[in-house]
Design a protein around this ligand. Sequence first.
Ligand code: ZN
Length: 331
Amino acid sequence: MSGSSLSEFTSRQRASHQVVLWFVAGLILAACGGSSVTPSSSTGDVTPSTHANRAPSRIQGQNDVDKIPLPPPAEAGFNGLLSAPTDPSTNDASEATFDRWAFHQVADFWTPLMTQVGLQTGTSTEVTFQPVDATNNPVPCASSDKQNEPGMLNVTKIGPFYCRFNGAGKRVIYWPLQSIFTLNGRTIPSYGAFAEAEVIAHEFGHYIQDITNILGPVTGYVLTYKQAGDNRDAAWWNQELELQADCLAGAWARHEWDAHLLSQSDLDQAATITDAVGDDAINPLVLLAPTPKAHGTSAQRVRWLNVGLQSGSTKCDTWSEPLYAGFLFGN
Ligand SMILES: [Zn+2]
Protein backbone atom coordinates (compact mmCIF):
# COMPACT_ATOMS: atom_id res chain seq x y z
CA MET A 1 0.00 0.00 0.00
CA SER A 2 1.33 3.39 -0.82
CA GLY A 3 -0.08 6.86 -1.09
CA SER A 4 3.13 8.37 -2.36
CA SER A 5 3.63 9.83 -5.79
CA LEU A 6 3.92 7.49 -8.71
CA SER A 7 7.12 5.52 -8.81
CA GLU A 8 8.68 3.32 -11.47
CA PHE A 9 9.11 -0.35 -12.13
CA THR A 10 12.69 -1.13 -11.23
CA SER A 11 14.71 -4.29 -11.25
CA ARG A 12 18.06 -5.15 -9.72
CA GLN A 13 18.85 -7.86 -12.24
CA ARG A 14 19.45 -5.74 -15.29
CA ALA A 15 23.03 -4.59 -14.81
CA SER A 16 24.42 -8.08 -14.41
CA HIS A 17 23.28 -9.52 -17.72
CA GLN A 18 24.20 -6.39 -19.62
CA VAL A 19 27.75 -7.06 -18.50
CA VAL A 20 27.47 -10.65 -19.75
CA LEU A 21 26.08 -9.44 -23.06
CA TRP A 22 28.82 -6.94 -23.69
CA PHE A 23 31.41 -9.53 -22.76
CA VAL A 24 29.93 -11.98 -25.29
CA ALA A 25 29.54 -9.27 -27.91
CA GLY A 26 33.14 -8.22 -27.40
CA LEU A 27 34.35 -11.77 -27.93
CA ILE A 28 32.32 -12.14 -31.12
CA LEU A 29 33.24 -8.76 -32.56
CA ALA A 30 36.88 -9.49 -31.77
CA ALA A 31 36.57 -12.82 -33.57
CA CYS A 32 35.06 -11.33 -36.73
CA GLY A 33 37.15 -8.20 -36.91
CA GLY A 34 34.38 -5.89 -35.74
CA SER A 35 32.42 -6.06 -38.98
CA SER A 36 29.07 -4.37 -38.94
CA VAL A 37 25.72 -6.04 -39.47
CA THR A 38 24.01 -5.09 -42.70
CA PRO A 39 20.25 -4.68 -42.97
CA SER A 40 18.50 -7.59 -44.61
CA SER A 41 17.06 -7.23 -48.08
CA SER A 42 13.40 -6.84 -48.87
CA THR A 43 11.44 -10.09 -49.07
CA GLY A 44 7.83 -11.20 -49.25
CA ASP A 45 4.88 -8.94 -49.80
CA VAL A 46 5.29 -6.85 -46.68
CA THR A 47 5.86 -3.21 -47.49
CA PRO A 48 9.56 -2.29 -47.44
CA SER A 49 9.01 0.43 -44.89
CA THR A 50 8.25 -2.24 -42.30
CA HIS A 51 11.79 -3.50 -41.92
CA ALA A 52 13.77 -3.66 -38.73
CA ASN A 53 15.41 -0.44 -37.57
CA ARG A 54 13.59 1.68 -40.13
CA ALA A 55 10.69 3.92 -39.33
CA PRO A 56 7.61 1.84 -40.17
CA SER A 57 4.44 3.09 -41.70
CA ARG A 58 1.79 3.55 -39.09
CA ILE A 59 0.19 0.24 -38.26
CA GLN A 60 -3.51 0.42 -38.87
CA GLY A 61 -4.85 -1.10 -35.68
CA GLN A 62 -2.84 1.36 -33.61
CA ASN A 63 -5.56 3.93 -34.27
CA ASP A 64 -7.94 1.74 -32.28
CA VAL A 65 -5.47 1.28 -29.43
CA ASP A 66 -5.01 5.05 -29.32
CA LYS A 67 -8.70 5.70 -29.02
CA ILE A 68 -9.14 3.52 -25.91
CA PRO A 69 -9.79 6.30 -23.39
CA LEU A 70 -7.69 6.88 -20.35
CA PRO A 71 -9.67 5.61 -17.37
CA PRO A 72 -11.13 7.88 -14.72
CA PRO A 73 -9.05 8.01 -11.55
CA ALA A 74 -9.49 4.87 -9.51
CA GLU A 75 -11.87 5.12 -6.61
CA ALA A 76 -10.94 4.16 -3.09
CA GLY A 77 -12.15 0.65 -2.38
CA PHE A 78 -11.44 -0.64 -5.86
CA ASN A 79 -11.06 -4.39 -5.57
CA GLY A 80 -7.33 -4.59 -6.08
CA LEU A 81 -4.45 -6.84 -5.20
CA LEU A 82 -4.78 -6.43 -1.45
CA SER A 83 -7.99 -8.41 -1.56
CA ALA A 84 -6.48 -11.28 -3.53
CA PRO A 85 -8.17 -14.52 -2.52
CA THR A 86 -5.05 -16.68 -2.14
CA ASP A 87 -1.27 -16.79 -2.33
CA PRO A 88 -0.66 -18.13 -5.86
CA SER A 89 2.63 -19.76 -4.89
CA THR A 90 1.12 -22.38 -2.55
CA ASN A 91 0.09 -24.94 -5.17
CA ASP A 92 -1.69 -25.31 -8.50
CA ALA A 93 -5.12 -24.86 -6.93
CA SER A 94 -4.19 -21.61 -5.19
CA GLU A 95 -2.50 -20.35 -8.33
CA ALA A 96 -5.54 -21.10 -10.49
CA THR A 97 -7.84 -19.36 -7.99
CA PHE A 98 -5.58 -16.32 -7.86
CA ASP A 99 -5.21 -16.24 -11.64
CA ARG A 100 -8.93 -16.28 -12.31
CA TRP A 101 -9.36 -13.44 -9.86
CA ALA A 102 -6.45 -11.43 -11.34
CA PHE A 103 -7.73 -12.03 -14.86
CA HIS A 104 -11.07 -10.52 -13.86
CA GLN A 105 -9.30 -7.55 -12.27
CA VAL A 106 -7.57 -6.88 -15.57
CA ALA A 107 -10.69 -7.55 -17.66
CA ASP A 108 -12.82 -5.35 -15.41
CA PHE A 109 -10.39 -2.52 -16.03
CA TRP A 110 -10.23 -2.81 -19.81
CA THR A 111 -13.72 -3.96 -20.76
CA PRO A 112 -15.61 -0.71 -20.04
CA LEU A 113 -12.90 1.31 -21.78
CA MET A 114 -12.96 -0.92 -24.84
CA THR A 115 -16.76 -1.06 -24.87
CA GLN A 116 -16.92 2.74 -24.74
CA VAL A 117 -15.18 2.93 -28.13
CA GLY A 118 -16.95 -0.05 -29.66
CA LEU A 119 -14.08 -2.52 -29.50
CA GLN A 120 -15.52 -5.10 -27.13
CA THR A 121 -19.11 -5.51 -28.10
CA GLY A 122 -20.42 -8.74 -26.62
CA THR A 123 -19.77 -12.41 -26.17
CA SER A 124 -18.34 -12.80 -29.68
CA THR A 125 -15.40 -10.61 -28.69
CA GLU A 126 -14.78 -12.05 -25.24
CA VAL A 127 -11.69 -13.79 -23.99
CA THR A 128 -11.60 -16.57 -21.40
CA PHE A 129 -8.86 -17.69 -19.03
CA GLN A 130 -7.84 -21.34 -18.80
CA PRO A 131 -5.40 -22.67 -16.20
CA VAL A 132 -3.52 -25.71 -17.51
CA ASP A 133 -1.94 -28.65 -15.69
CA ALA A 134 -0.87 -32.14 -16.76
CA THR A 135 -4.51 -33.21 -17.05
CA ASN A 136 -5.46 -30.76 -19.82
CA ASN A 137 -2.13 -30.13 -21.57
CA PRO A 138 -1.70 -29.93 -24.57
CA VAL A 139 -4.45 -27.43 -25.24
CA PRO A 140 -6.43 -26.70 -28.42
CA CYS A 141 -5.28 -23.71 -30.45
CA ALA A 142 -5.78 -23.38 -34.18
CA SER A 143 -4.13 -19.99 -34.65
CA SER A 144 -0.56 -20.70 -33.60
CA ASP A 145 2.35 -22.02 -35.63
CA LYS A 146 3.85 -23.52 -32.46
CA GLN A 147 1.80 -26.72 -32.41
CA ASN A 148 3.56 -29.99 -31.81
CA GLU A 149 0.53 -31.70 -33.31
CA PRO A 150 -2.09 -30.03 -35.52
CA GLY A 151 -4.29 -27.65 -33.57
CA MET A 152 -2.69 -28.42 -30.22
CA LEU A 153 -0.20 -26.49 -28.07
CA ASN A 154 2.07 -27.83 -25.37
CA VAL A 155 2.10 -24.91 -22.92
CA THR A 156 4.78 -26.56 -20.78
CA LYS A 157 7.11 -25.68 -23.63
CA ILE A 158 5.82 -22.23 -24.57
CA GLY A 159 4.50 -20.77 -21.32
CA PRO A 160 1.48 -18.50 -20.88
CA PHE A 161 -0.11 -18.03 -24.28
CA TYR A 162 -2.89 -15.96 -25.82
CA CYS A 163 -4.70 -18.06 -28.43
CA ARG A 164 -6.72 -16.14 -31.01
CA PHE A 165 -8.79 -19.09 -32.02
CA ASN A 166 -9.02 -22.33 -30.07
CA GLY A 167 -10.69 -24.22 -32.91
CA ALA A 168 -14.15 -23.69 -31.43
CA GLY A 169 -14.45 -19.96 -32.02
CA LYS A 170 -13.03 -18.91 -28.66
CA ARG A 171 -10.21 -16.59 -27.65
CA VAL A 172 -8.35 -18.06 -24.68
CA ILE A 173 -5.45 -17.16 -22.43
CA TYR A 174 -3.80 -20.46 -21.53
CA TRP A 175 -1.87 -20.49 -18.28
CA PRO A 176 0.48 -23.37 -17.43
CA LEU A 177 0.40 -23.81 -13.64
CA GLN A 178 3.46 -24.25 -11.45
CA SER A 179 3.39 -28.07 -11.56
CA ILE A 180 4.14 -28.03 -15.29
CA PHE A 181 5.95 -24.75 -15.99
CA THR A 182 8.95 -22.78 -14.79
CA LEU A 183 10.57 -19.60 -16.07
CA ASN A 184 14.36 -19.57 -15.81
CA GLY A 185 14.12 -22.37 -13.26
CA ARG A 186 11.51 -20.62 -11.10
CA THR A 187 7.74 -20.92 -11.04
CA ILE A 188 5.93 -17.76 -12.09
CA PRO A 189 4.22 -17.29 -8.68
CA SER A 190 7.61 -17.50 -6.97
CA TYR A 191 8.28 -14.04 -8.43
CA GLY A 192 5.37 -12.74 -6.34
CA ALA A 193 1.62 -12.30 -6.64
CA PHE A 194 1.81 -9.04 -8.51
CA ALA A 195 4.38 -10.46 -10.92
CA GLU A 196 1.85 -13.20 -11.64
CA ALA A 197 -0.90 -10.61 -12.21
CA GLU A 198 1.32 -8.52 -14.45
CA VAL A 199 2.02 -11.47 -16.75
CA ILE A 200 -1.73 -12.08 -16.97
CA ALA A 201 -2.11 -8.39 -17.89
CA HIS A 202 0.54 -8.86 -20.60
CA GLU A 203 -1.45 -11.75 -22.09
CA PHE A 204 -4.59 -9.61 -21.92
CA GLY A 205 -2.60 -7.00 -23.87
CA HIS A 206 -2.38 -9.53 -26.70
CA TYR A 207 -6.16 -9.82 -26.57
CA ILE A 208 -6.44 -6.03 -26.98
CA GLN A 209 -4.09 -6.31 -29.96
CA ASP A 210 -6.34 -9.01 -31.39
CA ILE A 211 -9.52 -6.96 -31.02
CA THR A 212 -7.83 -3.92 -32.59
CA ASN A 213 -6.73 -6.02 -35.57
CA ILE A 214 -3.03 -5.73 -34.80
CA LEU A 215 -2.24 -9.27 -33.66
CA GLY A 216 -3.53 -11.11 -36.74
CA PRO A 217 -1.70 -9.03 -39.38
CA VAL A 218 1.51 -8.72 -37.37
CA THR A 219 1.78 -12.43 -36.60
CA GLY A 220 1.26 -12.89 -40.34
CA TYR A 221 4.22 -10.60 -41.06
CA VAL A 222 6.34 -12.52 -38.55
CA LEU A 223 5.50 -15.76 -40.31
CA THR A 224 6.09 -14.33 -43.79
CA TYR A 225 9.54 -13.09 -42.89
CA LYS A 226 10.35 -16.28 -40.99
CA GLN A 227 9.40 -18.41 -44.00
CA ALA A 228 11.51 -16.16 -46.24
CA GLY A 229 14.50 -16.78 -43.97
CA ASP A 230 14.55 -13.15 -42.84
CA ASN A 231 14.73 -13.70 -39.11
CA ARG A 232 15.74 -10.15 -38.33
CA ASP A 233 12.59 -8.58 -39.75
CA ALA A 234 10.48 -11.36 -38.23
CA ALA A 235 12.17 -10.57 -34.90
CA TRP A 236 11.44 -6.86 -35.23
CA TRP A 237 7.71 -7.36 -35.78
CA ASN A 238 7.45 -9.83 -32.93
CA GLN A 239 9.39 -7.55 -30.61
CA GLU A 240 7.02 -4.64 -31.31
CA LEU A 241 4.01 -6.81 -30.48
CA GLU A 242 5.53 -7.99 -27.23
CA LEU A 243 6.70 -4.55 -26.10
CA GLN A 244 3.22 -3.18 -26.71
CA ALA A 245 1.75 -5.97 -24.55
CA ASP A 246 4.24 -5.00 -21.81
CA CYS A 247 3.16 -1.37 -22.12
CA LEU A 248 -0.53 -2.25 -21.90
CA ALA A 249 0.21 -4.32 -18.79
CA GLY A 250 1.90 -1.26 -17.30
CA ALA A 251 -1.18 0.85 -18.08
CA TRP A 252 -3.30 -1.54 -16.01
CA ALA A 253 -0.77 -1.41 -13.16
CA ARG A 254 -1.17 2.37 -13.12
CA HIS A 255 -4.82 1.95 -12.25
CA GLU A 256 -3.95 -0.36 -9.38
CA TRP A 257 -1.34 2.09 -8.17
CA ASP A 258 -3.73 5.03 -8.32
CA ALA A 259 -6.15 3.05 -6.19
CA HIS A 260 -3.40 2.76 -3.53
CA LEU A 261 -3.41 -1.01 -3.85
CA LEU A 262 0.23 -1.49 -4.78
CA SER A 263 3.54 -0.91 -3.09
CA GLN A 264 6.87 -0.21 -4.70
CA SER A 265 7.78 -3.84 -4.04
CA ASP A 266 4.76 -4.94 -6.09
CA LEU A 267 5.99 -2.83 -9.01
CA ASP A 268 9.46 -4.23 -8.54
CA GLN A 269 8.14 -7.80 -8.69
CA ALA A 270 6.60 -6.98 -12.05
CA ALA A 271 9.83 -5.41 -13.26
CA THR A 272 11.89 -8.35 -12.02
CA ILE A 273 9.85 -10.97 -13.88
CA THR A 274 9.79 -8.79 -17.00
CA ASP A 275 13.53 -8.31 -16.72
CA ALA A 276 14.01 -12.06 -16.31
CA VAL A 277 12.29 -12.76 -19.63
CA GLY A 278 14.20 -10.20 -21.70
CA ASP A 279 15.88 -11.87 -24.64
CA ASP A 280 19.35 -10.92 -23.41
CA ALA A 281 18.58 -12.36 -19.97
CA ILE A 282 17.57 -15.70 -21.48
CA ASN A 283 20.36 -15.87 -24.05
CA PRO A 284 22.56 -12.83 -24.91
CA LEU A 285 23.59 -14.47 -28.19
CA VAL A 286 20.14 -13.89 -29.72
CA LEU A 287 20.98 -10.18 -29.91
CA LEU A 288 23.54 -11.13 -32.51
CA ALA A 289 21.29 -13.61 -34.30
CA PRO A 290 17.68 -12.47 -33.71
CA THR A 291 14.90 -15.05 -33.95
CA PRO A 292 11.20 -14.70 -34.83
CA LYS A 293 10.46 -15.20 -31.11
CA ALA A 294 12.09 -11.87 -30.13
CA HIS A 295 10.46 -10.07 -27.21
CA GLY A 296 13.02 -7.27 -26.72
CA THR A 297 15.85 -6.88 -24.27
CA SER A 298 15.20 -6.73 -20.55
CA ALA A 299 15.89 -2.98 -20.59
CA GLN A 300 13.43 -2.42 -23.44
CA ARG A 301 10.73 -4.52 -21.81
CA VAL A 302 11.01 -2.75 -18.46
CA ARG A 303 11.13 0.61 -20.26
CA TRP A 304 7.85 -0.05 -22.10
CA LEU A 305 6.27 -1.37 -18.90
CA ASN A 306 7.14 2.02 -17.44
CA VAL A 307 5.72 3.90 -20.44
CA GLY A 308 2.38 2.23 -19.76
CA LEU A 309 2.66 2.92 -16.03
CA GLN A 310 3.56 6.56 -16.47
CA SER A 311 1.47 7.52 -19.50
CA GLY A 312 -1.22 4.91 -20.15
CA SER A 313 -2.32 2.95 -23.18
CA THR A 314 -2.45 5.91 -25.56
CA LYS A 315 1.35 6.03 -25.41
CA CYS A 316 1.78 2.31 -26.11
CA ASP A 317 2.74 2.91 -29.73
CA THR A 318 5.81 0.70 -30.06
CA TRP A 319 5.85 0.62 -33.84
CA SER A 320 8.99 2.64 -34.33
CA GLU A 321 11.16 0.95 -31.70
CA PRO A 322 14.36 -0.38 -33.30
CA LEU A 323 15.10 -4.07 -32.90
CA TYR A 324 17.00 -4.46 -29.62
CA ALA A 325 17.22 -0.69 -29.23
CA GLY A 326 20.18 0.35 -27.15
CA PHE A 327 22.19 -2.73 -28.02
CA LEU A 328 24.12 -3.81 -31.07
CA PHE A 329 21.53 -3.02 -33.73
CA GLY A 330 19.81 -0.19 -31.95
CA ASN A 331 20.28 3.46 -31.39
ZN1 ZN B 1 3.56 -11.85 -25.12
